[in-house]
Design a protein around this ligand. Structure first.
Ligand code: C2E
Ligand code: MG
Ligand code: MG
Ligand code: MG
Length: 296
């Protein structure tokens, strides 16, 4: 959390302010208002199939349209929402909205696109979580197979049995599970046997220097090999350069996510992006129409 805050160049809701009770109460009330009155927005970042160069999945990333501060990134308010418990209502809103938006995207012709929603470790442990997921699917009409839930690796470390049970229940619904920020959570490799996941997302800290740094390259290749032998798909996060993309493609990383393809986009811009780079069923092969030909 401190790491996320530190990444931001401006200091609104800095840790120092975080300790000032009045300020916290104010932000907490503003956040409640945002949850209740719709000033949260979701941006969607495409995930690119490395074999075809086409987008076939998107990750939902929440932002806060703050009246004075502009667009506030999640690292500046998710930690507070987790402390106050507001993450439950916030997470429910994101889940519902993401399912609704994905139904619209399917209707626009991208019927194979899946949406990945981040789930807080606190949210996933609440008794109501399974019901919340069922309800979001039912209300939107989104097929469960089109929804993926991203859980950070570290979430599974505490109360492993409980989290694995919850993940299994979600799997039974047909929902997919991705382990986010993989490699940062110090989890024992033996957990990988128990983890009911479909996908692993290699944390972007390994990708950043993967070309120059032999350790990062070795770790990335090792994770890819292990995951594939376990029958899991692999996503690389933070793909920022052509060199990253071609390295990852060469090592058979299934999906690529990063600024070199697209930043997270508001829904309308996502539709534009998908119209150029998205996978549609029944379309001829991609490489020449995707526009990523030079990259991949
Ligand atoms: P995450 O789930 O690991 O999401 C990926 C983050 O990496 C996003 O930051 C995304 O914008 C950023 N990113 C994508 N491509 C690149 C790249 O090429 N280079 C770099 N440097 N960064 C890239 P964002 O949107 O600020 O989200 C930060 C974190 O906030 C997310 O990390 C996730 O843990 C959390 N988050 C976002 N939305 C939600 C939500 O709805 N619920 C919960 N519980 N957490 C959320
Ligand atoms: Mg994520
Ligand atoms: Mg991540
Ligand atoms: Mg992260």
């Amino acid at each position: 959390q401190a790491k996320q805050l530190g990444r931001n160049t401006w200091q609104w809701f800095s840790e120092e302010m975080n300790t000032q009770a009045n300020y916290r109460v104010k932000i907490r009330n503003q956040l409640q208002d945002a949850i209740d009155n719709g000033t949260l927005v979701i941006h969607y970042q495409p995930l690119i199939d490395s074999r075809t160069g086409q987008a076939r999945s998107v990750e939902a990333l929440v932002r806060w349209e703050h009246p004075e501060q502009g667009l506030v990134p999640p690292g500046n308010f998710i930690p507070l929402a987790e402390e106050t418990g507001q993450i439950i209502a916030l997470g429910r809103w994101v889940l519902r909205q993401a399912c609704r938006d994905m139904v619209r995207l399917h209707a626009a012709g991208f019927t194979h696109c899946t949406v990945a929603v981040n789930v807080s470790p606190i949210q996933i442990r609440t008794d109501s979580f399974l019901e919340t997921v069922k309800e979001a699917l039912k209300a939107s009409g989104l097929p469960p197979q089109s929804l993926e839930l991203e859980v950070v690796e570290s979430a599974v470390l505490y109360d492993t049995d409980q989290v694995i049970r919850i993940l299994n229940n979600l799997r039974d619904l047909g929902v997919r599970i991705a382990i986010d920020d993989f490699g940062t959570g110090f989890s024992s490799l033996s957990y990988m046997k128990l983890m009911p996941a479909n996908k692993i997302k290699i944390d972007r800290s390994f990708i950043k220097d993967v070309i120059q740094n032999r350790s990062d390259a070795a770790i990335t290749q090792g994770v890819l090999s292990m995951a594939h032998h376990l029958g899991l798909e692999v996503v690389a996060e933070g793909v920022e350069t052509d060199a990253h993309a071609s390295f990852l493609k060469r090592h058979h990383c299934d999906l690529l996510q990063g600024y070199v393809f697209s930043r997270p986009l508001p829904y309308d811009q996502l539709v534009d992006y998908m119209n150029h780079h998205g996978f549609r069923r029944g379309e001829p092969s991609p490489a020449d129409s995707s526009g990523h030909k030079t990259l991949l």
